[in-house]
Design a protein around this ligand. Sequence first.
Ligand SMILES: Nc1ncnc2c1ncn2[C@@H]1O[C@H](COP(=O)(O)OP(=O)(O)O)[C@@H](O)[C@H]1O
Ligand SMILES: [Mg+2]
Length: 244
Amino acid sequence: MSTPLLEVRDLAVHFGGVKAVDGISLSLQEGSIYGVLGPNGSGKSTLLGAITRLTPATRGDILFEGRSYANVSASRVHHLGVGRTFQTVRLLEDRTVRDNVLLGADTTRKSRAEIAERADYVMELVRIHTIQKVRPSELSYGMQRRVEFARAIVSDPKILLLDEPTAGMNTNERQEITAVMRLLQTEGLTQFIIEHDVAMMVDVCDYMYAMNFGKLIAEGKPDEVVRDELVQEAYLGKRAKKHA
Ligand SMILES: Nc1ncnc2c1ncn2[C@@H]1O[C@H](COP(=O)(O)OP(=O)(O)O)[C@@H](O)[C@H]1O
Ligand SMILES: [Mg+2]
């Protein structure tokens, strides 16, 4: 296999006695959609924080295109080509949709004209180009998340990390956002989704990891992972005798 686009080796993040992430290893190849499934509190957001370097790691290594970036600042990680969305909507209410999208642009690498062209392109891609001048407060939750998507991809990242992209969405909005993810995949964008919504993950992921209490408990094809005994336990609270 070729060098992974992003690799995580034995990554740990401990907050005092809380082992939020406790020895996770992942290998993400270019072009696929990966997911990490896990119940609330299992360490998903902390894992994403450590991968983006916003949260300091206790141990382990993270590599992008085969090179360690474990000591690189969060803003430089963005410049490497790692984009992300947050678990909660973070848009500026007093700015237009277009301005919010432009906030995600990497101004160190592109001219204003190139950035404007890219913004037009991504807004059309996620179908918010007709509401460019609207302010976020006037939009439905699903539309606000689309704006966040556009902001995350306007810098043309090589990988997009998504923290619960369908949280708080209705069925229709959910389907729309998963359609956007598939569209981005056809453009070659690698995606890494952390979620607790099982159905959405099985629907959209090519490969899935499952975690609980900061550790990986399963990985493989999504339909196999959800049938895994440890995953079932983590979700249903069932305690099989041999683990009790
Ligand atoms: N900054 C922090 N300080 C202390 N504990 C934290 C911090 N962030 C997260 N935790 C704890 O780490 C665990 C994992 O949290 P989190 O990564 O947010 O889980 P998830 O995203 O899967 O719901 C939880 O027990 C949470 O309380
Ligand atoms: Mg979380």
